[in-house]
Design a protein around this ligand. Sequence first.
Ligand code: FMN
Length: 179
Amino acid sequence: MNTLVIVTHPNLEASRVNSAWLEELRKHNDITVHELYEAYPDENIDVAKEQALIEAHDRIIFQYPLYWYSSPMLLKKWFDSVLQYGWAYGPNGSKTAGKEFGAAISTYGSEASYQPSGSSRSTLAELLRPVEATTRFISGEYLPHFAVSDVSNLTDERLAQSTADYIKHIRAAQPVTVA
Ligand SMILES: Cc1cc2nc3c(=O)[nH]c(=O)nc-3n(C[C@H](O)[C@H](O)[C@H](O)COP(=O)(O)O)c2cc1C
């Protein structure tokens, strides 16, 4: 499986979770890591380059910290610019068909807060519906998300465990089937 991880974090120097995951990802030759804010400090996305990267990979993971129940801004811009009519959808827009897409996120909120009865009144699967719906719109296969929550209480041991689990997830995740 040919995997691309698109990491979107505007301040990796201050990051604990995403930077630890990133450091581990870089040790694996079968995983291509693409850091959006490093590639585009001016936030001007090279659409042709991004489309070529997607075309060269079968499994694409969007890794980011949850920001206001969504993603950092540059990832939204990436979706808006890269997933073009005639490329990802529409006439002859089949370049993303059959590719697998998923999200890997970190959250300050606890697991309990991401329950229907919790403070957010939403699960992470629900908050990630735009990624899932977009994947389905562009004829991709949606992977279950990977998440680590309650990051302010994350011990070094739990961080190391989540990092190991993340690598396993990237390799083993199977698309979510729709009835
Ligand atoms: C602008 C901003 C918005 C955030 N919004 C949320 C949020 O909606 N829900 C949440 O659980 N955490 C939120 N956080 C916390 C981040 O998700 C958390 O700091 C991050 O996942 C930690 O990962 P890192 O160590 O890689 O930076 C927000 C942080 C920032 C800076």
